[in-house]
Design a protein around this ligand. Structure first.
Ligand code: NAP
Ligand code: HSE
Length: 436
């Protein structure tokens, strides 16, 4: 140990939650103690821990740490400088213990996107009122240091747009649907067997988990108060193998894509299935990996790719926040003082974009004419159109259309007209094509 480290008091952690992420943090603190001390100039130690079960074998020696049954009691301990919240949940002990720590002026590090998406503004204000910091690198895209990239590396930029694939489970399902031809339900069951799904799977497949992450990125990027309620959310449950195959035919992949941008229209926050060019970095992203694309007015485009979950990657991000605190680096939760974050006006409509439209038409003379005139009457211009040969059903003609950029309202008006003509045998599928 360098002699100068002995002069600085150790940074004492209290860790609440000894699951995947909590044990990953303990592993790093135990195995890399010398490296952490060298990098921060002081020792980083664990004073006490908390979880639901004291007796569970967690594969590491925890006997040197005090035990607290109650995370709030852990947060309040006199020998805890930093409360590390790794339990999860947007209420309950994650919230009460975080509030207790901040009220006492203790710094808090969390990986909990749900907590911050719902209570981030209030918690950041409490932190600042008490001279504490609240950090959450691990909450967004796991091991990818995207919060650090925005608050530090790109601090001199106006951020123009952020796009991201930030739920590994959804990307795994969509990628495997394309690679194996298996349906959504079979792959959902496979994810359940592999332990990929959140305790409430709707958080994953409904886009909610990724929407939480997007709302946090929007706040950091645009200096706005977190507004998860304004995120336009759509999950992947309705994506069919047909859509994936047809999109591939036209040079696209389907991704659960988060997009946030600020324009004269207001703040856009969308977490919805989108088509992206299959040759783009987002189109090439397979399996459970995450990718975040950051666009700044000075730097241009930056692409960050890496593991969005798992013990090592997520603990790596938690440690980044802890080590900042050890070094004395104190950055506001959302990159600027909480009191300066503004209420953003949510955009009433998304920026115009091209759309992919899949239709099943009655195979009768004039059916296609009705479709093209419905689009034309709504001011929607066609970029590409393809009709496929008959499959099993001799009376149905599958048709694919890619529009020129159009407001979603124009497309919706055209779809309503099409539906009234009686030439559709099922509801049309419309998916936005994101320019990346
Ligand atoms: P986990 O494996 O389910 O572990 C949760 C831990 O919290 C367990 O040790 C559990 O105790 C403890 N706990 C739960 N409720 C508690 C309570 N009421 N009082 C005391 N302890 C309680 O969860 P995880 O995967 O590590 O995730 C932790 C956090 O990191 C979550 O916010 C999650 O969203 C976030 N995150 C996780 C990942 C990932 O890859 N896993 C990635 C990014 C972010 P017992 O062990 O005794 O049951
Ligand atoms: N359920 C999340 C995912 C875990 O699949 O990406 C990481 O937040």
């Amino acid at each position: 140990m360098p002699a100068e480290n002995l002069a600085k008091a150790p940074l004492r952690l209290g860790i609440a939650g000894l699951g995947t992420v909590g044990m990953g943090v303990i592993k790093i603190v135990q195995e890399k103690a010398d490296l952490l001390a060298l990098r921060t100039g002081r020792d980083v130690v664990i004073s006490a821990v908390s979880a639901r079960s004291k007796s569970k074998d967690r594969g590491f020696d925890l006997s040197g740490y005090a035990w607290e049954d109650d995370p709030v009691a852990l947060a309040k301990r006199g020998d805890v400088d930093v409360f590390v919240e790794l339990m999860g949940g947007d209420s309950g002990p994650a919230k009460t213990a975080t509030e207790a720590a901040l009220a006492l002026g203790k710094d808090v590090v969390t990986a909990n996107k749900a907590l911050l998406a719902h209570h981030g503004q209030a918690l950041a204000e409490t932190a600042e009122a008490n001279g504490a910091v609240l950090r959450f690198e691990a909450a967004v895209a796991g091991g990818i240091p995207v919060i650090k990239a925005l608050t530090e590396g790109l601090a001199g930029n106006g951020i123009t747009r952020i796009m991201g694939v930030m739920n590994g489970t959804c990307n795994y399902i969509l990628t495997r649907m394309q690679a194996t031809g298996q349906g959504y339900n079979a792959l959902f069951d496979e994810c359940a067997r592999l332990g990929y799904l959140e305790a409430d799977p709707q958080l994953d497949v409904g886009g909610i988990d990724a929407g939480h992450k997007l709302s946090l990125l929007a706040s950091v990027a645009f200096g706005t108060k977190v507004n998860f309620a304004a995120v336009e959310l759509e999950g992947i449950e309705r994506i069919s193998n047909d859509d994936i195959a047809h999109a591939a035919d036209m040079g696209y992949k389907i991704k659960l894509l988060g997009v946030t941008q600020m324009s004269g229209r207001g703040l856009e926050q969308r977490m919805t299935p989108c088509l992206v060019p299959d040759t783009s970095p987002l189109g090439q992203l397979d399996g459970g990996t995450n990718m975040v694309v950051l666009e700044g007015d000075e730097v241009g485009q930056i692409v960050l790719r890496g593991a969005g979950a798992g013990m090592g990657p997520t603990a790596s991000a938690v440690m980044s926040d802890i080590l900042d605190i050890a070094r004395g680096t104190r950055i506001s939760t959302f990159g600027q003082p909480a009191a300066t974050l503004v209420d953003a006006i949510p955009a009433v409509a998304a920026t115009p974009a091209p759309y992919y439209l899949r239709l099943a038409l009655i195979d009768k003379p004039g059916a296609m004419a009705k479709i093209t005139s419905a689009l034309g009457d709504a001011g929607v211009s066609i970029d590409q159109m393809r009709q496929y040969g008959q499959t099993d059903d001799a009376d149905v003609a599958p048709v694919l259309i890619v529009t020129d950029p159009t407001p979603r309202s124009g497309l919706d008006a055209a779809i309503e007209t099409m539906q009234a003509t009686g030439v559709l045998v099922s509801d049309p599928v419309a998916i936005r094509i994101e320019t990346v």
